[in-house]
Design a protein around this ligand. Structure first.
Ligand code: GLU
Length: 554
C-alpha cells in the first residue's frame, strides 16, 4: 500500500465511499440544450440584504429563462454567522419577491431535490470523502502548525518582503512522511487539511468571466486550508465539491470571490472536474455625498429587503427596479412592453455593468408610480388593504367600513390613457385618500383653508354660496362644467383663462380661480385628481356639509 493511501486511511478511517459512488449518486442532469443550473448560496444569517436579493434574481432569471434549474444551498459552515430561524427567514423573504427555487432547502430542516443535502453542515461526510481522495493522490496533507508558528512564518515573510501565506518553503508539513504524521497524531495533535498546491506564482491563468470578461491572475501557489481542524470545509473546498456534485453550470456570485477564483479553478482541475462558468456580480452601491459606497446595513434602511414591505412598495416595483439595475436595457424593453410581466424580459450577463450598480430610492419611487398607475382600482384596493392590515390598522378600518367608497376613490383617473401617478407605495394611500374621510378631513382643515390668495373673502364666500346650489350630481361632465362656467360668469369671473388675460381689469378672476375655491373647500387641498370625479364620489350630503363648513370658516 502506498504511503499516501496509508495516510488517507489513517486520517479518515470512517470514510468508505469513493468518487464513483458520488458520481453515481448525483447523475448528470437531463436538461434541454443550453439550460443553466444556477444557485443562490447564502449563509443563514436571517437577514436578506437588498444586494443579496439583487444577486439572487440574476441566477434565478438565467436558470428559468433557459428552462434550467435554480436551487438554494445553505452555507452554514461558519457557525458564528448563523441565526436561529435564519434559513426560513431567507426563504420567505426571497419568496415574497417571487424568487422561487426548484430545488434545495425549503425550510429550516426540510428540502427537495435529489442533489442534496442542500445544507453544508449535513455534507461533512462528502467533503471528507474527497479530502481523503486528495490525500491519497498526494494533493492534500495534514498541517499541525500552531497559531504561534503561523505568526512566526508571517513575521519572517514580512521581514523578507515576501508574499504572505503558507506555500513553498514555508509549508512546513508539506512533505512530512507517514511516520512523522503518525507521531504527531499519537501526541494527540489536531490538524487542518491543506491543499498541496501544484501552482507556481510565475504562471498566469485566465478566467473568462461572464460579467467581467477575461481576467488574468497568477496561478494559486498557496497550500490553502481545505478542512478546518473540526473537519468542516472552507468555502473554497465546499464550493468546488458542491457545485460539481450538484451539477451547477453557472456560478453567479459576489465579486468579492473573484480574487480567490484561481484557487477554485485549481481545485476543479486537480479533482478532474469540468469547471462551471463563472459570473462575478459587482455590489449594489449608493451615492453618499459625492462618493459611492456599498449599501450599508447599518446606515441605510433600504439595505434590508424588509424595508420595502414595511413602507409598502409593491413587490412588482422592487423587482422592476432591480431588473433595471441588472440590465440597463430593461427600461427600453419596458417602454416597448408596458404591460408584459417582468419575467418576459431576458436577463443578459454580458449587459451587466462591471462596476457596481447605483441604487437610488427616488428612481425606485418613480418606477413604482408607473407600475401602480397601471394597476386596476381593485388591485390597488386589495394590495393596500393587505398592507394596511399589517402596518396601518386605522387605514384598514377606514377602507373596510365602506368598501365601495374606497374602491371608487382608488379608481379616480385610472384605466385612462394617462393615469395619475400619486401612489408609489401603499403607505402613500392614506395621504392620497385622507380628505375623502370626514374625520381625517377635520384634521386636515383644523387650521383653516388656503383659498386662492388673489380673491378677497367676500368673493370666496360668494363662490361657495353660488356653487352650493348649482352642483347637480345628475350632470354629465360637460354639462357640469358648463354649469360651473355659467355660475362663475354670473359672479363676474371670466369663463376661461384666455378671456381673462385679454382684459384682466373687467374680471374678478377666471374659471380656474372659481374651481380652486370649490376644490379647497371640499378637499382642503389646492391639488387633487379630477374634480368632477371627486365631487361625484363624495356624494351630495358630504358636499353640502363641506360647503357649510367652509362658509362658516370665513
Ligand atoms: N456563502 C457565500 C456567500 O454568502 C456564497 C458565495 C457563492 O455564491 O458561492 O458569500
Amino acid at each position: 500500500m502506498s504511503q499516501h493511501k496509508q495516510l488517507s486511511d489513517l486520517l479518515f478511517p470512517q470514510i468508505d465511499k469513493d468518487a464513483a459512488y458520488y458520481e453515481n449518486l448525483y447523475p448528470q442532469r437531463n436538461l434541454p440544450e443550453g439550460a443553466k443550473v444556477t444557485r443562490f448560496a447564502p449563509s443563514p444569517t436571517g437577514y436578506l440584504h437588498t444586494g443579496a436579493l439583487y444577486a439572487a434574481m440574476i441566477p434565478e432569471r438565467l436558470a428559468h429563462q433557459s428552462k434550467g434549474v435554480f436551487f438554494l444551498r445553505i452555507e452554514d459552515t461558519d457557525k458564528k454567522r448563523e441565526l436561529e430561524g435564519g434559513v426560513m427567514e431567507i426563504i420567505s423573504a426571497l419568496k415574497s419577491f417571487d424568487v422561487i427555487f426548484d430545488e434545495g432547502m425549503t425550510g429550516e430542516n426540510s428540502e427537495k431535490g435529489i442533489y442534496g443535502p442542500y445544507k453544508q453542515s449535513e455534507r461533512k461526510e462528502i467533503y471528507q470523502a474527497f479530502a481523503k481522495i486528495l490525500v491519497e493522490k498526494d494533493l492534500a496533507y495534514p498541517c499541525f502548525c500552531s497559531e504561534e508558528e503561523l505568526n512566526e512564518i508571517r513575521a519572517k515573510q514580512e521581514e523578507r518582503k515576501e508574499n504572505p501565506g503558507y506555500y513553498g518553503q514555508y509549508a512546513k508539513h508539506r512533505n512530512a512522511s507517514f511516520e512523522e504524521v503518525k507521531a504527531e497524531l499519537e501526541k494527540g495533535k489536531g490538524f487542518v487539511l491543506r491543499l498541496k498546491s501544484p501552482g507556481k506564482p510565475e504562471n498566469r491563468i485566465t478566467i473568462d468571466d461572464l460579467i467581467k470578461g477575461i481576467v488574468e491572475m497568477p496561478e494559486n501557489d498557496q497550500d490553502i486550508v481545505l478542512l478546518k481542524s473540526d473537519g468542516i470545509p472552507t468555502y473554497h473546498f465546499a464550493h468546488a465539491i458542491d457545485d460539481h456534485l450538484m451539477r451547477t453550470t453557472h456560478v453567479i456570485r459576489g465579486d468579492e470571490w473573484l480574487s480567490s477564483a484561481p484557487i477554485h479553478v485549481q481545485l476543479f482541475e486537480i479533482l478532474g472536474w469540468e469547471k462551471p462558468r463563472f459570473a462575478h456580480v459587482s455590489p449594489v452601491l449608493k451615492m453618499d455625498g459625492t462618493s459611492k459606497r456599498k449599501l450599508s446595513k447599518r446606515k441605510d434602511p433600504e439595505a434590508a429587503v424588509s424595508y420595502y414591505h414595511e413602507v409598502g412598495y409593491p413587490t412588482e416595483s422592487v423587482r422592476e427596479y432591480l431588473l433595471n439595475l441588472i440590465n440597463s436595457n430593461y427600461e427600453e424593453w419596458r417602454m416597448a412592453n408596458p404591460t408584459a410581466p417582468n419575467t418576459e424580459f431576458t436577463v443578459d450577463l454580458a449587459k451587466m455593468g462591471t462596476s457596481g450598480a447605483l441604487f437610488d430610492l427616488v428612481k425606485l419611487t418613480d418606477i413604482s408610480k408607473d407600475r401602480v398607475a397601471l394597476m386596476s382600482a381593485d388591485q390597488v384596493y386589495d394590495m393596500t388593504l393587505a398592507w394596511a392590515e399589517q402596518y396601518d390598522a386605522e387605514l384598514a378600518e377606514q377602507m373596510k367600513t365602506n368598501e365601495a367608497y374606497a374602491r371608487a376613490i382608488l379608481g379616480i383617473e385610472r384605466g385612462v390613457e394617462k393615469p395619475r401617478k400619486d401612489i408609489a407605495k401603499w403607505s402613500d394611500v392614506r395621504g392620497y385618500m385622507s380628505y375623502f374621510y370626514d374625520n381625517w378631513f377635520e384634521e386636515l382643515t383644523k387650521e383653516g383653508y388656503e383659498f386662492p390668495e388673489n380673491l378677497p373673502n367676500d368673493d370666496v364666500l360668494a363662490v361657495l354660496e353660488a356653487y352650493k346650489n348649482t352642483y347637480n350630481k345628475a350632470d354629465d361632465k360637460d354639462t357640469w362644467f358648463e354649469r360651473a362656467k355659467a355660475a362663475a360668469e354670473g359672479l363676474g369671473f371670466a369663463r376661461d383663462a384666455k378671456t381673462y388675460k385679454k382684459d384682466k381689469e373687467s374680471f374678478k378672476g377666471h374659471i380656474g380661480d372659481f374651481m380652486s375655491v370649490i376644490r379647497v373647500a371640499i378637499s382642503g387641498r389646492k391639488n387633487t385628481p379630477d374634480l368632477y370625479e371627486l365631487l361625484d364620489i363624495m356624494g351630495e350630503e358630504r358636499l353640502q356639509a363641506r360647503f357649510e363648513k367652509a362658509i362658516k370658516s370665513i
